[in-house]
Design a protein around this ligand. Sequence first.
Ligand code: ACO
Length: 361
Amino acid sequence: MLQTRVDSGLDGVVVADTVMSEVDGEAGRLVVRGHALQELVASRGFEGVAALLWEGYAEGGGDASAVASGLAAARVQAFAAVPKLLAATRGLNPVEALRVGIALLPDHETTPHHYLVCGAMPVFLAALLNAEKGLAPIAPDPTLTTAQDLLRMIRGQRAGVVFEKALDTYLATIADHGFNASTFTARVVASTHAGLISSVLAALCALKGPLHGGAPGPVLDMLDEIGDAARAEAWFDDAFAKGATLMGFGHRIYKVRDPRADVLKATVATLPATAGRLAYATAVEKGAIAALRKHKPGRRLDINVEYYTALLLEALEVPRSAFTALFAVGRTAGWCAHIFEQEKGGRIIRPQSNYVGPRPQ
Ligand code: ACO
């Protein structure tokens, strides 16, 4: 009989070498291709981070302006597919509809697939949000960056430098993060040689869950329900009594604060009229950490990226229903990088399971 030690969450299991990013959960540090997160977001925009991730692996890699041009052209190309997207996605929420949109992208397209899929995400998302409001889709402007253009397509006009910079910081911050569930999913699919579009589609499906990229909408629901920081302690006691999971807290790798949370919190503070909301969220965060210490002693749970993602996207007036889809716009750059790396050097990913059912006599 086979003897297998089962590790249902693959905690600490190392399945690949990667040059893409390192998540140090004890130090609370993220390094992307040799650059600390804080330095990365201060010195490069989203396109710069994508270029860095793709360097040595894909067309445009290493050259931020080539990536910006490639993404701009791909956004224009994707806009032609919007009528088909809208016809196929009536009644679906943005992330479900985006899933359909990515599935519609053709494998035989000659445009490099990383551009195709990264250009399609913001164009499809903006068109879906406009359709929800009964508005016609707005064509992309290839002279703009992804963040500038996405906000413009959602709002119908340029948003202003401070808002555009904030979205750009968000997209750069979340572009890559080790072997998280969606990236691992992308690599599993890539390991079968299914191709980049199928791999990204699978990653998007993994991102959708509330334990991964689906957390920030529920963070705002929680802030709404608590309503007043003075009520936080009682609210958390009640939530733990009911066995609740606090959205925006806890992480498989980080045992201390997720460094992305502080980058995003500082970004919220750059936006106008956020001081009151930020003070309230900071007070609730303190209450949540205290409640986690009290109700989950010894578990080393802290804030993760999703808590201040929620505040930031709310301040950018992005509807809650679109938060997960917007996460995908940024993370697709990282998914593509990992898919390239997997395709270049990896083997088919095929772990073992431990059969516990009956056996023939
Ligand atoms: N609230 C309350 N308790 C928690 C939380 C939380 N947010 N996170 C973990 N715990 C508890 C668990 O109940 C468990 O307690 P137990 O030992 O009494 O059973 C203990 O801490 C260990 O938790 P696990 O579930 O084993 O941790 P795991 O590494 O499997 O899960 C995860 C990590 C999924 C992120 C979890 O912390 C969680 O559900 N957090 C809330 C959802 C969230 O914010 N997700 C976004 C993560 S960031 C990202 O993916 C982009």
